[in-house]
Ligand binder design. Sequence first.
Ligand code: PBG
Length: 328
Amino acid sequence: MYPLIRNRRLRTSEAIRSLVRETILTPSDFLVPLFVTEGKGIKDEISSMPNYFRLSLDQLEKEVKELWSMGLGSVLLFVKVPENLKDNKGTEALNAEGLMQRAIKTVKNACPDMLVMTDVALDPYSSYGHDGIVANGQILNDESAELLAEMSVSHAAAGADFVAPSDMMDGRILTIREALEDEGFINTGIMSYSAKYASAFYGPFRDALDSAPVDQIDVPKDKSTYQMDYANRFEAIRETQMDIEEGADIVMVKPGLCYLDIVREIKNEVDVPVAVYQVSGEYAMLKAAAEKGWLDHDAVMIEQLMAMKRAGANIIASYFAKDAVKLM
Ligand code: PBG
């Protein structure tokens, strides 16, 4: 039988394709991760992340103004902490004049309406490169959660709009929420890394911040006792539901591309905004393939970002945000 229904009718021209397109990317979909370092006039390219930089505060100011002018209105801050300031308890994280606290103020001074989110985890501050306190070869849960709550309050006091705990300790969302409420930061939001997998895709990020777990006896060599096993799916739903019950305003799945099944599943399951983090290794992979001439950088980038949105992500944390917006 000759077909009456021809799906190709809806693909005959760009006009009809755009008319029926189900998913659209806009600058407001993006959360831009930024790496901050001490010093002045520093714009240090990260070797495993071509065209991505560690910025000193003066350069950070320039960068956020540029982002703002491009319609990118939300940033996620990470700091590279000098080695001599690291210890097991991440003491420097609570310094009101610490790099993170100064970075928050720098962004708010430069662009008062920019949404500022901050990474909350001990790893950049930890002499062991772990997201919590290390004791007897283990990562302490409750003691770490208490520190993360203090850290969150410190970020809120410096002007952060949202804190983003990326550590995967149990119960930390409630601990953080209660601490923020106690200190009067009732409008400071929490974006929880709810389903964060123990992934090899974080390698370049750990280069950027020099934050990889150290190779030492009595220090766990990886993060698999707190980050999730990538073989698991139901566990992601449980983790996410618990974070919402504990007070998370936004939940996140991380990494991105290999985990879009999880994004869709979570999106179908919960009614808070869902973020996805296209992580450093995903960025590095495409940059490397494009450098070799093996992939069309821009086409593959947009395809991946579109897939994340189609999978159900309301927010995409991505190192490609600027590249992508330039094409829009
Ligand atoms: C720290 C943190 C990591 C990332 C975000 N926050 C690294 C890790 O958990 O080891 C990874 C981001 C990326 O790879 O782009 N808790």
